[in-house]
Design a protein around this ligand. Structure first.
Ligand SMILES: [Zn+2]
Length: 488
């Protein structure tokens, strides 16, 4: 079987075939650093991480670029309105770069906790403005862009394929007439490549000289200085680090329009076509029945999940256990189920080469006998993943294999095969790493007390202490004369 992925552009599953059979180029739209990203943002980054991991497990080398937007992303993803980073800077009474730095650090901390692989590059928009200006000039020269008194705009009517990704064609946008017509814009759907520091943007703090691309120190009205539009950032950074044609581009479904539609227009008019071979988008997640959104104020962050008593890897498992094109309704129960399921798989993996000990625990009543050799489990797992990253099916294979390996009498060769399979699962999902546990002090002192009780053969006290420890959320086991503890 070959890897098939659903391409948002063609609206069908396609066999993935990179330009270079050994090297996959992949661009992921990263966060706008004006607040701590919420778990909905991470669900999209996790999809990209899973895809990359599976490509690597499948033998590809992946060059992954994930940008950081620290300027130019305006409220509601529109051309007018405040810059999200600058607005936050005003609220926190500091400067925009301090805001960007602060929230970038939180984002990196969360990504680490979620065990995401480090991309090859994490370019910041503010550090790549000259590259954006190169594309803007190309578009002006080719007649795909024009200048107005407040900026430079892309002319959507100059690119007949505009709307192919999202369905928001020029015709449809005209019919909807939802975009306010601005006097100088040729078409209401034309979007900003560059905003000048005039009018509503006269007080924009981060600014660059349009002619030189250098940081501008001017203040107030200055038509010679400005800042880039959000969409041009990704066209410039993907070209700089991955070239004009890339294999994979990922993002959240909210990015489809206008962001990715505009990226295609800019990149294909200034460079080669097609800009991207395959577009992958993660469906959004809801908090229960409501859309999770920072503007609605109902978001959960990674630290929120930790303060609820869960590991960030439980969250990782939860978000990846649902297919990426399914809209997940996030619930506490779902997170709890994910925690338990992950723990079961972890325990199985920790049994390691000592599967002998586990045989018989499940009993011989297992119904799972359709797969007779160890290699078949890995094939089934890979087949599920190759079918548009069908993670629920892949995890079902893991659970079936677990039941089988515990109920069958395995040869040493089969046991080794199981370990190879487990390592494929671990590398693909990234959520079965052994975690360092920090055991709270009260649990530690109860453990010490219990150790003494057991040494004194006071089993009544030992059992009572076990219950007390359990009430605090930890389970004690006696293995090889030692007591071990794990979080429930
Ligand atoms: Zn982007």
């Amino acid at each position: 079987m070959a890897l098939k992925l659903y391409n948002t552009y063609s609206k069908k599953e396609e066999v993935f075939a990179p330009h270079d059979p050994k090297l996959v180029t992949m661009y992921t739209c990263g966060p706008t650093v004006y607040g701590r990203p919420h778990i909905g943002n991470y669900s999209s980054f996790l999809m990209a991480d899973l895809l990359r991991r599976f490509l690597e497990v499948s033998g590809y080398h992946v060059k992954h670029v994930k940008n950081i937007t620290d300027v130019g992303h305006l409220l509601k993803d529109q051309d007018d309105g405040e810059d999200k980073v600058e607005k936050q800077a005003r609220e926190e009474k500091t400067d925009p770069l301090a805001i960007a730095k602060k929230y970038e650090a939180m984002y990196l901390e969360d990504e680490k906790a979620l065990n995401m692989l480090e991309p090859a590059h994490r370019p910041r928009a503010t550090e790549n403005v000259p590259e954006m200006l190169v594309i803007i000039r190309e578009l002006l020269e080719k007649g795909n862009a024009y200048e107005t008194s407040d900026g430079v705009y892309f002319s959507v009517t100059s690119f007949p394929q505009y709307g192919a990704l999202s369905g928001n064609t020029v015709e449809n946008l005209n019919a909807g007439a939802r975009v306010e017509i601005k006097e100088e814009k040729k078409h209401p759907a034309d979007f900003a490549l560059w905003k000048k520091c005039v009018g509503a943007n006269a007080h924009h703090l981060l600014r660059w000289n349009f002619a030189t691309g250098k940081i501008s120190k001017s203040e107030g009205e200055d038509a010679t200085s400005g800042f880039p539009g959000w969409h041009i950032e990704c066209s410039a950074m993907s070209r700089k680090f991955l070239g004009e044609k890339i294999d994979l581009h990922t993002g959240g479904e909210d990015n489809i329009f206008p962001h990715h539609e505009c990226e295609i227009a800019q990149s294909e008019c200034s460079g080669q076509k097609p800009f991207v071979k395959l577009w992958l988008h993660k469906r959004r997640i809801d908090l229960g029945e409501t859309k999770m959104s920072k503007s609605l104020g109902n978001v959960l962050t990674v630290p929120d999940i930790v303060s609820m008593g869960y590991s960030p890897l439980d969250l990782r498992y939860y978000l990846l256990s649902v297919h990426y094109r399914t809209q997940l309704k996030f619930t506490k129960k779902g997170l709890d189920d994910a925690h338990k399921a992950r723990r079961k798989i972890l325990e199985w993996m920790e049994e390691g080469g000592d599967i002998d000990n586990a045989v018989g625990k499940v009993g011989k009543e297992s119904k799972v006998s359709t797969v007779s050799t160890v290699g078949d489990w890995e094939k089934k797992f890979r087949d599920a993943m190759e079918s548009d990253l069908n993670t629920p099916a892949a995890l079902a294979v893991v659970f079936d294999c677990m039941t089988w390996s515990r109920s069958a009498s395995l040869s040493s060769q089969e046991k080794a095969g199981i370990q190879v399979f487990q390592s494929v699962v671990r590398k693909t999902f990234g959520c079965f790493e052994a975690e360092e546990q920090s055991i709270p002090n009260d649990v530690q002192s109860l453990l010490a007390e219990r150790k003494n009780a057991r040494a004194a053969k006071n089993f009544a006290a030992s059992d009572r202490l076990r219950d007390q420890i359990k009430a605090l959320g930890y389970e004690v086991r006696d293995e090889g004369g030692e007591q071990t503890v794990r979080r429930l």
